[in-house]
Design a binder for this molecule. Sequence first.
Ligand code: KG4
Ligand code: ZN
Length: 335
Amino acid sequence: MKDVYILSVESSCDETSIAVVKNGHDCIALTILTQMDTHANYGGVVPEIASRMHTENITLVLEETLKKAGMTIDQMDAIAVAYKPGLMGSLLVGIEFAKTLAYVYNKPLIGVNHLIGHIYANNIEDRLEYPLLALVVSGGHTELAVMKDDYNFELLGSTLDDAIGEAFDKVARVLGYPYPGGPNIEKAAAKGENTYALPKPVDDDTYNFSYSGLKSHIINLVNTERMKGHELRKEDLACSFQTTAIDELSRKLDLALKNTNIKNVVIAGGVSANQFLRSEISKVCDRYNAKLYIPKMLYCTDNAAMIGAAAYPLYVKGDFKDFDLNAESHAGVCD
Ligand code: KG4
Ligand code: ZN
């Protein structure tokens, strides 16, 4: 089969990103323009500002990517875009941009679920083997699913309330660390110790997760200690939070490995950039002799290369979208 080049677009939150991906595995060129510094001024992503910045920057990001690839749009086989889940305004900028390119250059249009994109980030420079257990840990989602084959998912469990990334961000905020909180909690935790006794998120035998109780407990603890004028051991609290939050992932993954006997595991989403998570999850996999796929740091947080990787099996199946493709703010890996 001839090589397939997909031009992929990601704009679901606060990164404007475009990539050229060959045959679903090789990232030929990738540009990621993050708006993080702008949103840090507000302590979180401001949707209106995010979509305006996507609109301002997306053409430049395209030009930059094509320059890096040394290719033209005519040479592409398809245009792919993340169309769910995410911020409506942000998604729509990418979708309208991708549709316009597909129409003008007469290319098929592929719609990609952003979370599935995070999973396929593990297929870049690697080959996923099925069946696998996918642990999706991002700013908006915490899901554990069985993936039997390309695009064949069975959801085992998901968060009942907050996502793990959201909990990292909120805990960071109450401790006074800037947005995005996850990497700052990780840095603080590395200097602290697990000395605070915190409630376990969900102490049961389902595959569900819950992070709002843990988050609220910490917010209350911080406020109470501050009111009493007590000094807070921020680094210890960051470490205790990180340990408790990630223990929960390890426990549920352990249960799934035991019950399903599946031997491949994928971690996906922004929180998979966390080194403590990587090492804890890899210990769980070692216990079951399971192979662990970990995305390269560059492909952990939002990027268009993962969208191109996830678009490839859809291209092969001929699963294309019409020009009435719309954004969807809510979706899990199975939706
Ligand atoms: O996948 P992602 O880039 O965007 C979404 O699809 O949501 O994930 C962003 C989330 C944020 O909550 C961020 O704080 C978290 O990933 N994150 C981390 C780390 N790097 C990013 N959380 C913990 N440790 C990190 N090193
Ligand atoms: Zn993401």
